[in-house]
Design a protein around this ligand. Structure first.
Ligand SMILES: [Zn+2]
Ligand SMILES: [Zn+2]
Length: 426
């Protein structure tokens, strides 16, 4: 016989199991609910995509593409990448299936794992989960405000507080070149002091210097010009209309002219939702417009906008702000003796068919240990079935919530539980 061998999960990934998984399910189901109020429908996409999709959309010089992608050749030698984000795959599907022929705007949401080869640290995973939305075909600044409002409603319904909506405009292809030049002028005298990454960014995409997390670069960028001073009149007008709609919706926001977002494809509105509770990696959600991306991938000119929520951070915040509420059994059936085990087994199935959440004993352990178990799993009722109960046709019941007890005809247990549990059977 081969000796047993124990395996551990890979570095930077995690298992999600009860009771924590209830938080995840809560986020997922509430998101669906809120997104559907706004007409977003689910799109399910592959986890693997051709590498070029991300290189082209996120940008060759981005940290994600340069350092963090899970890229490997498949057996036929094609370069495959585990998706590091959701927008590019949605755009790919939108174009591939000619979804632009359907009435605009088209609105989608997705949820699932993303992959980045990062140095594992607290709250950062190599396989992490995102829920995101993408809307295509609406150029109106009201869409920007609507997405932010939807996000706010979702986060509030999740019970989150102390949220900041940071917003900026990153301009468009018409106004960004002048800003890039102004940034290069600003950093030219400091070039040698910037971190090696930023020295490369200086040529390739100086906006990314504003995103750098290195202390020295943060100091050096004090006094750098703001993109909002370089916006063309169309971008300026769009941004002002977004902000005015946010004010009409009473959504408090902070202008953050340094937030340029690390991805190449953003245009105009960019935003992040942060919380003071999360320290340096504090964004729970981020997104923006990408009005040129569909066209760059061969589709018709189509404005787009979306955001993604980080599930790990969201569930971490929820863990702090509320308790985990799992599905508790309505009833635990405690059978005593061979004959009662079979009767209890059949009763459990009858109750489940009526919509009750039922646990029951299988192994004939003592009443005491079965009651202890019922308490541990927070069952609401216990039904006790022993030889005496079977002969008399009446089962004992106990309400573990208020301590009341009594007996009930075995064939009327369903009615009894239904009348004692408002809203049940479902
Ligand atoms: Zn512009
Ligand atoms: Zn730097």
């Amino acid at each position: 016989m081969t000796p047993p061998q124990q395996f551990s999960a890979l570095k930077g990934v995690q298992d999600i199991f009860p009771p924590d998984v209830h938080l995840w399910q809560k986020v997922e189901s509430l998101s669906r609910e809120v997104f559907s109020l706004y007409g977003f429908e689910e799109i399910r996409l592959p986890i693997i995509e051709p590498t070029g999709l991300f290189v082209r959309s996120i940008g060759e010089t981005s940290d994600i593409v340069e350092k963090e992608m899970y890229t490997f050749p498949d057996k036929a030698g094609r370069s495959i990448t585990l998706r590091p984000e959701g927008t590019a795959p949605v755009v790919r599907a939108y174009i591939e299936h000619h979804l632009y022929n359907l009435p605009s705007p088209q609105k989608f949401f997705y949820s699932g794992p993303m992959f980045r080869y990062e140095r594992p640290q607290k709250g950062r995973f190599r396989q992490f989960y995102q829920i995101g939305v993408e809307a295509f075909g609406a150029v109106s600044p009201l869409l920007d405000a609507e997405l932010l409002s939807m996000l706010k409603i979702l986060l509030e319904r999740l019970g989150m507080k102390d949220l900041n909506f940071e917003i900026n405009s990153v301009g468009c292809g018409n106004c960004r070149p002048a800003y890039r030049t102004a940034l290069r002028d600003f950093f030219s005298a400091k070039l040698g002091s910037l971190c090696p990454d930023c020295q490369r960014r200086y040529e390739a995409n100086p906006l990314r210097i504003l995103d750098c997390k290195v202390d020295r670069c943060i100091e050096l960028r004090a006094g750098a010009p703001f993109i909002t001073d370089f916006l063309c009149s169309e971008c300026k007008d769009h941004f002002e209309k977004v902000l005015s709609a946010l004010r009409r919706l009473n959504i408090p926001y902070t202008l953050n002219p340094n937030m340029v977002r690390g991805l190449d494809y953003y245009t105009r509105t960019a935003f992040e939702v942060t919380s003071e509770h999360l320290g340096s990696q504090k964004a729970v959600a981020a997104g923006g417009r990408y009005d040129r991306l569909v066209e760059e991938f061969g589709g018709p000119p189509t404005p787009g906008m979306g955001f993604a929520l980080g599930m790990e951070r969201l569930t971490e915040l929820l863990r702090e702000t509320g308790e985990i509420v799992g599905p508790f059994p309505d009833v635990y059936i405690a059978p005593l003796g061979e004959r009662a085990i079979m009767e209890g087994f059949l009763m459990a199935e009858r109750l489940r068919a009526r919509g009750f959440l039922v646990e029951s004993g299988y192994d004939g352990s003592s009443l005491r240990s079965q009651l202890r178990k019922a308490n541990r799993i927070t069952a609401r009722f216990v039904i006790i079935l022993g030889e005496d109960e079977l002969s008399s046709g009446r089962a004992k019941w106990k309400n573990l919530g208020d301590g009341s007890q009594g007996d009930v005809e075995i064939r009327k247990v369903e009615e009894f539980l239904a009348s004692a549990s408002p809203g049940k059977p479902r």
